[in-house]
Design a protein around this ligand. Structure first.
Ligand code: AKG
Ligand code: FE2
Length: 450
């Protein structure tokens, strides 16, 4: 039986729920709705030995050991199952009574309490079985090679110490705000995604990096000697959007040396399937052929990566990112690209295709505009409302103070009221709103709408 929420299982009596119990039940109902809608997971109201722990998954930055420790305080845990990228996990007890005790004690538990923004609230539901992870193809794109320990720690330090970053004010003026970059050989222009062949940078390629390039050539994986270098420095939480390095800008073989910290790079095939690839610290990544020309590569901006761990029952664990500095070596292309991947190739796409601005069709009447808004705005917001609302339940204290400071009877219009979290803050105010489906808590009054 599918449940709208395990709240019944949590409440000791069917009598009136307290305010915090109501909030918990509402959050849980939303979690169950989302699970069913997106992952087809049915929660049940009848107690079972298995608990689904919403917010307690690898996708939420939670380690299995944290879940194991807290759930073991109730009794022996038989298994904790974490699924790749999912923000929930499953805790299996030997019997229903232990799972029921855990439901009573840990539903609404705040993990990492007092640890600032990293604290999370766990919402529990009973489930009858644990779904298995969808088999994921981990076959890396053809043409991708990783050479571990390409350089030793001593050279790594030497290279890091040698970087001459621009001054903070120069960096503040750069177009890239989300990571630090420095170029040698040629400047990479992030607006055109290309380089200006006629403007080599003064200073050429520093001698130390020249040595690394010679070493790269000795691997035998690279045909064209790199003459351009982009140094990227990422703090934990920073990344680079998925992209294919412009075909017309660089020859085959895009090479990246990872220093200071490992990272997971996501490779995505044009058909949509994704393969996460761990780039170990001090390793060299070489992308040629399909890996270079056809698949996108990118780094998701987050603070932890999910990485393989053969010692963990689900073969996965979390790795906290540290500062990573990468050296991307590329050979500037001197003519058009004639690769086998015309779909991704800017040299082979017709000029019109590449340069034509997207066609914008403006509505011709108010009716057409209203129809467009209904399709593109109202329908979208109504579809995402449940999820959206689940992430916005805490009123901002300053707004609450403002509302509580108003004269009783004041008329307040909360334009763009989201899930209406302020509508009930001060019962002495009139706060009209119209949000169909978005959230049941928004009350329309007297035709005053937006
Ligand atoms: O940081 C990296 O390893 C990759 C950087 C990259 O893809 C680029 O600069 O185009
Ligand atoms: Fe790239």
């Amino acid at each position: 039986m599918a449940s709208s929420g395990g709240a019944e299982a949590v409440a000791d009596s069917p009598t009136k729920l307290s305010k915090s119990e109501r909030k918990l039940a509402k959050k849980q109902a939303k979690a169950c709705h989302t699970l069913l809608k997106h992952d087809g997971i049915h929660t049940v109201t009848r107690p079972t030995p298995i608990l689904l722990v919403a917010n307690g998954g690898l996708g939420n930055g939670i380690q299995r050991s944290e879940i194991h420790t807290i759930f073991s305080t109730v009794g022996p845990v038989e298994d904790v199952v974490m699924l790749r990228e999912k923000p929930y996990c499953f805790v299996k007890y030997g019997n229903t009574s232990l799972a029921t005790s855990a439901m009573h004690r840990l539903h609404g538990h705040r993990l990492r309490e007092g640890q600032g923004p990293s604290n999370v609230t766990l919402y529990l539901s009973f489930v009858e079985s644990v779904p298995t992870d969808k088999p994921q193809s981990n076959v890396p794109p053809p043409g991708l090679v990783i050479i571990p320990d390409f350089i030793d720690e001593c050279l790594e330090q030497k290279i890091i110490d040698s970087i001459e970053w621009a001054s903070p004010s120069e960096i503040a003026n750069q177009s890239l705000k989300h990571r630090k970059v420095k170029h040698h050989g040629y400047e990479f222009n992030y607006s055109s995604n290309n380089i200006d062949r006629d403007k080599p940078l003064p200073g050429g390629m520093p001698e130390l990096y020249g040595q690394v390039i010679n070493r790269i050539m000795e691997t035998g994986h690279v045909q064209f000697k790199p003459d351009q270098l982009t140094i990227n420095q990422y703090q934990p939480g920073q990344g680079i959007p998925p992209h294919v390095d412009t075909h017309s800008a660089f020859e085959d073989a895009i090479i990246s040396l990872s220093l200071e910290s490992q990272i997971v790079m996501e490779f995505t095939h044009p058909a949509g399937h994704q393969v996460p690839v761990v780039l170990p610290r001090r390793s060299l990544l070489v992308m040629t052929g399909e890996a270079r020309y056809k698949w996108t590569h990118g780094i998701t901006p987050k603070k932890t990566d999910i990485v393989p761990d053969p010692t963990s029952p689900d073969n996965l664990t979390l790795h906290q990112r540290g500062q990573r500095t990468s050296f991307t070596f590329r050979a500037v292309r001197r003519g058009p690209c004639d690769c086998k991947y015309p779909e991704q190739c800017d040299s082979q796409k017709s000029k019109a295709e590449v340069t034509a601005p997207p066609q914008v069709v403006y509505p011709k009447s108010d009716e057409e505009a209203a129809k467009l808004e209904a399709q593109q705005v109202h329908v979208v917001y109504n579809n995402i409302a449940q999820n959206f609302s689940g992430t916005r339940y805490k009123p901002w204290p300053k707004v609450v103070d403002f509302l509580n400071g108003l004269e009783p009877g004041s008329l307040v219009l909360d334009v763009g009221c989201g899930n209406g979290k302020y509508l009930g803050v001060n019962k002495n105010l009139h706060m009209p709103s119209r949000v169909k489906d978005s959230v049941h808590c928004c009350q329309p009054i007297n035709g005053l709408q937006y």
